[in-house]
Design a protein around this ligand. Structure first.
Ligand SMILES: *[C@@H]1O[C@H](CO)[C@@H](O)[C@H](O)[C@H]1NC(C)=O
Ligand SMILES: *[C@@H]1O[C@H](CO)[C@@H](O)[C@H](O)[C@H]1NC(C)=O
Ligand SMILES: *[C@@H]1O[C@H](CO)[C@@H](O)[C@H](O)[C@H]1NC(C)=O
Ligand SMILES: *[C@@H]1O[C@H](CO)[C@@H](O)[C@H](O)[C@H]1NC(C)=O
Ligand SMILES: *[C@@H]1O[C@H](CO)[C@@H](O)[C@H](O)[C@H]1NC(C)=O
Ligand SMILES: [Zn+2]
Length: 462
């Protein structure tokens, strides 16, 4: 009888009632925090003391490494994580916004407020989750600050110019802000971005003391995060995924190694005569738009020009790059061997480390860690492609995924065995992620219907 009363009370209180969940949020799912440390190579914690990362191995899930999409660049890779789509499919094909007709180029930071670069039809998880009743936010995460089909992320902070990436006090303040978003404003999903260790990897190189110092700082910040989660009472209802967008490798320079012959493209082609638009001097990946009728000429001249340069016609880019089938991809694609920057006319480029190289190079692989109430403890996961993180995030939040290129197959084993019992209305996304959306509203209606049946059954028994 007492149970009957509780159930009746629940019905009267309506959709917010959660008789089957223990302290979870709407529908019994836990909150989620996705953290990206830009350019955190998979092995960066192995040559530095990282007590908090080490502790995390015992308390959660670690994949030895995960693989970013081709090409291994910041905006394209972050957008694959948040959409579950390959780069050719989501269309954010470079850090820079460009137009190969008008020759317009806009810097990475400036694209963060340009919807036309990001909004190509693939909906990021913020928007899909919002459309299913969740509250979401982006703290500096690439792509969070623009509109998708006219919809903005509920709350988005976009990084301003000229801010140092390595201010530990600011990192802690940012974590506090995010904690308040969860506890005081009931946000369900937040993405939090840090510009390190990418900056130090570029400016000093990955194999330097400076990079190690930043990893120690990140490790302390992880400790701060864990204390903040406990302090805000979120330990039992916040899942956390920590990952990155690509690794980092030392740029090969002749002055350090006389056997290295740096790639300088205008030794082989005359840019003025042959090239209409170029996107090079930006690490190991580049694109050229030939002048009319010059495509074959450029290809022939570059094809065997340098032993460490691979040249593709757009139509010959390997299918498994999942990269070339997009109108933004230019006719000629250039990829340098690991550590070989693509210089156009001279070596104006000063970075000591970079990325953008082939995603199967170990130096391009990145970290994956996860912890929280829904993750197993002390669990070592097999490496997987980052395109699959999306399906995992949907599963964790009970969000029906938008069509995507990922699968739960690679990540499902990270979840506690009774995940589906703990979150009984959890949808089961299919391999292709094409399940018909059933929002939280619908799910609540289903629980109410279930309750009615229960009450009916009980009143019959009583
Ligand atoms: C490039 O700019 C031209 C001229 O403004 C425009 O017609 C075209 O659609 C643009 N291309 C892309 C890919 O945005
Ligand atoms: C997003 O849409 C809102 C409302 O239409 C507008 O005020 C805002 O400027 C847009 N943001 C971007 C980045 O285009
Ligand atoms: C670091 O961040 C704190 C807090 O936001 C700020 O007060 C301080 O000025 C910053 N330091 C630098 C060097 O920017
Ligand atoms: C560069 O090319 C040379 C000659 O083919 C090859 O021996 C070397 O391994 C290449 N370097 C890299 C980093 O792949
Ligand atoms: C990626 O997913 C989209 C959306 O479902 C689909 O249109 C596209 O064909 C997929 N790409 C691959 C390579 O499967
Ligand atoms: Zn990056």
């Amino acid at each position: 009888m007492k149970l009957g009363l509780i159930l009746v009370a629940c019905i009267l209180y309506g959709a917010e009632c959660r008789p089957f969940s223990e302290g979870g949020r709407k529908g019994g799912f836990n909150k989620l925090l996705l953290i990206s440390f830009d350019g955190f190579r998979w092995d960066y914690d192995q040559d530095v003391e990282t007590p908090n990362f080490d502790q995390l191995v015992k308390e959660g899930v670690k994949a030895k490494y995960i693989t970013p999409p081709m090409i291994t660049m910041t905006s394209p890779s972050h957008f694959t994580t948040i959409t579950g789509r390959w780069i050719e499919d989501h269309g954010v094909v470079h850090n820079m916004l460009f137009n190969s007709t008008t020759l317009l180029k806009i810097t990475h930071k400036a694209t963060m407020k340009r919807s036309e670069w990001w909004d190509n039809g693939a909906l990021p998880l913020w928007i899909t989750a919002q459309n299913q009743g969740l509250k979401t936010a982006s703290f500096y995460y690439p792509g969070g600050g623009v509109n998708y089909s006219g919809q903005a992320v509920d709350r988005a902070l976009v990084e301003s110019y000229g801010m140092p990436d390595d201010n530990e006090t600011e990192w802690q303040e940012n974590i506090d802000t995010v904690m308040r978003w969860y506890t005081q404003e009931d946000f369900d999903f937040v993405t939090l971005y840090f510009g390190e260790p990418d900056s130090v990897g570029h400016s000093k190189g990955p194999d330097t003391q400076e990079r190690k110092d930043i990893i120690k700082m990140i490790d302390r910040t992880l400790g701060y995060l864990k204390r903040a989660i406990a302090k805000h009472g979120l330990t039992d209802n916040l899942n956390v995924i920590i990952t990155s967008d690509h690794g980092m490798t030392t740029i090969k320079k002749e002055k350090h190694d006389p056997t290295v012959k740096e790639i300088i493209l205008n030794k082989y082609i005359n840019f003025l005569q042959l090239v209409h638009f170029e996107l090079v001097d930006y690490g190991g990946f580049g694109m050229l738009r030939p002048r009319n009728g010059k495509k074959q000429d450029i290809y022939n001249k570059l094809k065997n020009a340098h032993p460490n340069l691979t040249v593709y016609m757009k139509e010959d880019v390997p299918e498994n790059f999942h990269f070339a089938k997009n109108s933004r991809i230019q006719d000629i694609i250039l990829v340098g061997d690991l550590g070989y920057n693509l210089n156009s006319r001279a070596i104006i480029y000063v970075n000591k480390g970079d990325h953008g190289f082939h995603n199967q190079e170990m130096d391009m692989k990145m970290i994956f860690r996860a912890f929280g109430p829904d993750f197993k403890k002390n669990y070592l996961a097999s490496p997987f492609d980052s395109v699959n993180i999306y399906a995992l995030m949907c599963k964790l939040m009970g969000v029906n995924p938008a069509p995507n290129n990922g699968s739960l197959t690679y990540t499902e084993d990270m979840l506690v065995d009774d995940f589906d019992n703990l979150h009984p209305t959890s949808p089961t996304p299919t391999e292709t992620g094409t399940t018909t959306p059933a929002g939280h509203g619908e799910r609540n209606q289903m629980s109410l219907a279930l309750l009615s049946v229960l009450i009916f059954t009980m009143s019959c028994l009583l």
